[in-house]
Design a protein around this ligand. Structure first.
Ligand code: HDD
Length: 690
């Protein structure tokens, strides 16, 4: 549907225009620029004879093809990215010397990549997983990478555990399954033996792990960082991204079905939104706090398994990011982009969070094996947009041509070039550090359950139900009973009622292991800001209404839905039993967007069933049509229907009399449908259907 402007496949040599054919078309060449006369046939001896090794053109082409792939990212392999821009609302010079945050006139280009963690590049978008949220700011002081996730905490406290965590969630090494999921023994065995994972498990079993859209996801820097202003004054900060559209998620059954129907659901959504000019936006904020404040918290801000409730430290909005341009080439940009948390700018520094410190090593290291050379910063997407120069030289794929006799500093031979600048340069915050060399976990990291409890108790009822269902589903997939009883033991420490629901669902009541918390679990005050539904905007902006139509469907109704949706910045797509053009009731030709059997209702946020009467019998015999309606009801969507659709509604067993969110469009105005759709889902229906 979306049209991406076609771009040239040419790599014209420096200063060179491509050769042209007699008809003015650019000429196909080899990588050496040699015009190719025949790209269809290999050089052979006679038309049916053996091929010749001499065919250098065939060998160049096949060799290049053979080497097209690079190692996929060891985590976050599947991702999707776009270009955009960041602008500060006002000067934040009191907080940081980073100039992209200090000058509200400055528009800083950004490249933002979203990802799933566990699955390989070809896995599906809607897997239950953390989503990566990585932003490269091409600032005038150098590239700044904010490499975050859509959840504010992490599974482990120390980077040395990362390979174990990832090995546990990846497919088991002997059988190479399951792909892109945590619902298996090795993962739950590992996390149940690492109680520090409990808080993150709450997030990963929650709806946050199945976002409706990248455009509807929050992002977090996770760790505590530092900001330092020009005067050298420092504060700790936690980064937050808030989507303008609000934070919304799928329902698990929907996510599973979308995984089959459209494995590219999230990336298609981002690409199409940008192509149609509906540019997604996020607000960047920080929670800024002093070291003295940090010392007062009953958790350690250096522990990445803890968050700071917004009720304690509110968010300070810094500026806005808009993504407004899709990549021209997926491999060149999205695949080759290299994020490193160590890419900072003056005014932003690290804390001693041991997970962050581990990351500072890992990312640079992984780029070397993934991109094959320490010159990966020369790849266009990684290249700073400000001048950069130093005496690092050579290496695989050096594409620059550094000039001059000298490649060292200090030197007295090359006067006038490349010297440090203590004023503009990066300085680490001079914090006082002293102590013995140790391999220990701080005692202040020992409370594994209080914030897990905080998160669970801050959720609305539907969110709590989904968390319990998530645990039951995943543990239900574990073959080893000892893993399930161990996890039930942990859940008892988090919240007894949650543990009971999960145990009941598994048929394992009373079978929880007895696990003693290392420190007493606190009953902390709920943090309503953690609930995505409690603060969800009443809006359908950026969402999709699917309308099931047939030949002769009511043109006025379709037009009214389109008009109402447009006013709310939502999208309408027509789904028909046949994809070919058809006529609506006015005789106008309509081009459906989807073929019914390929577009289940799970792909849409809300639906309308609007067939023409004489085509209803045919639909009654199509399970795709009945499932379409039944699933929409089961997925708690608002359903609009016409009188002609009644037999379909009945066959799908969807109640129509007095049912909230099931709206007869012959009686009600489309406006009522839209108003109800703004609720996102009819949560009250959930306990009836599941
Ligand atoms: Fe990581 C990739 C986010 C912990 C090691 N990580 C990667 C990406 C994101 C994150 C978004 C994908 C970047 C992209 O789009 O290219 N990672 C996180 C967050 C973490 C975290 C928010 C905890 C707060 N990661 C973490 C640890 C380690 C790593 C503790 C190792 C000690 N992460 C990597 C990596 C990856 C990576 C192996 C794989 C590909 C890459 O770096 O470029 O180095």
């Amino acid at each position: 549907m979306a049209k991406k402007s076609s771009t040239s496949p040419l790599n014209a040599g420096k200063g060179g225009e491509p050769h042209q054919t007699a008809t003015g078309k650019p000429v196909l060449t080899t990588n050496q620029g040699l015009p190719v006369a025949d790209d269809q046939n290999t050089l052979t001896v006679g038309p049916r004879g053996p091929q010749l090794l001499e065919d250098f053109m065939m060998r160049e082409k096949i060799t290049h093809f053979d080497h097209e792939r690079i190692p996929e990212r060891v985590v976050h392999a599947r991702g999707y990215a776009a270009h955009g821009c960041f602008q500060a609302y006002e000067s934040h010079a009191d907080l940081t010397a980073a100039d992209f945050l200090s000058d509200p006139k400055k528009k800083t280009p950004v490249f933002c990549r979203f990802s799933t963690v566990a699955g390989s590049q070809g896995s599906h978008d809607t897997a239950r997983d953390v989503r990566g949220f990585a932003v490269k700011f091409y600032t005038e002081q150098g590239n700044y990478d904010l490499v975050g996730n859509n959840m504010p905490v992490f599974f482990i406290q120390d980077g040395i555990k990362f390979p174990d965590l990832i090995h546990s969630v990846k497919p088991a090494p002997d059988r190479a399954f399951p792909q892109a999921q945590s619902a298996h023994d090795t993962f739950w065995d590992f996390v149940s033996l690492n109680a520090e994972a409990m808080h993150m498990l709450m997030w990963i079993m929650s709806d946050r792990a199945i976002p409706r859209s990248f455009r509807m996801m929050e992002g977090f820097g996770v760790h505590t960082f530092r900001m330092i202003n020009q005067k050298g004054e420092s504060k700790f900060v936690k980064f937050h991204w808030r989507p303008k559209l609000g934070t919304f998620s799928l329902i698990w059954d929907e996510a599973v079905k979308i995984g089959g129907a459209d494995p590219d659901f999230n990336r298609r959504d981002l690409f199409n939104a940008i192509e149609r000019g509906d540019y997604p936006e996020w607000e960047l904020s920080v929670q800024a706090f002093t070291e003295e404040q940090a010392n007062e918290f009953d958790f350690d801000v250096l522990d990445a398994t803890k968050l700071i409730p917004e009720e304690i430290v509110p968010l300070t909005p810094l500026g806005k990011m808009v993504l407004d341009r899709n990549v021209d080439n997926f491999f060149a940009e999205t695949e080759q982009v290299a994020f490193c948390p160590s890419h900072v700018v003056p005014g932003i520094d690290f804390s001693n969070d041991p997970l962050l410190q581990g990351r500072l090593f890992s990312y640079l290291d992984t780029q070397l094996s993934r991109l094959g050379s320490p010159n990966f910063h020369q790849i266009p997407v990684n290249k700073p947009k400000c001048p950069f120069a130093n005496f690092q030289r050579d290496g695989h794929m050096q594409t620059e041509v550094p000039t001059g006799r000298v490649a060292n500093e200090p030197n007295s031979l090359d006067d006038g070039l490349l010297r440090e600048d203590p004023k503009r340069g990066f300085h680490s915050h001079p914090s006082d550090e002293a102590g013995s060399k140790l391999r220990v976990r701080p005692e202040s990291f020992a409370d594994y359950y209080s914030q897990a409890r905080l998160f669970y108790r801050s959720m609305t009822e539907p969110e709590q139900r989904h968390i319990a269902a998530g645990f039951a589903f995943e543990l239900g997939k574990c073959e080893e009973a000892k893993i399930r009883t161990r996890m039930l033991g942990h859940l008892q420490n988090v919240d007894a009622s949650l543990a009971d629901v999960v145990a009941e669902s598994l048929g394992m009541k009373g079978q929880a292991d007895d696990i003693s918390p290392r420190v007493p679990v606190q009953d902390v005050d709920a943090s309503p800001a953690l609930s995505q539904y409690a603060k969800a905007p009443k809006s359908i902006a950026g969402k999709k209404i699917g309308v099931l139509v047939t030949e002769g469907s009511d043109s006025k109704l379709i037009a009214a839905i389109r008009k109402a949706a447009k006013a709310e910045q939502a999208v309408v797509e027509l789904i028909a039993p046949k994809i070919g053009p058809m006529k609506d009731s006015s005789g106008k030709t309509v081009h459906p967007d989807h073929f019914l059997s390929g577009a289940p209702s799970s792909l849409f946020d809300n639906v309308v069933v609007a067939p023409e009467k004489s085509h209803v019998d045919a639909l009654l015999n199509q399970s795709a049509a009945i499932d379409w309606i039944r699933d929409a009801f089961g997925h708690l969507k608002v359903i609009g229907y016409t009188a002609a659709a009644m037999p379909l509604m009945e066959k799908a067993a969807v109640p129509t009399e007095g049912e909230v969110g099931v709206i007869d469009l012959t009686n009600a105005k489309v406006a009522d449908f839209i108003e109800q759709a703004k609720e996102h889902r009819i949560w009250a229906r959930e306990t009836e259907v599941r």
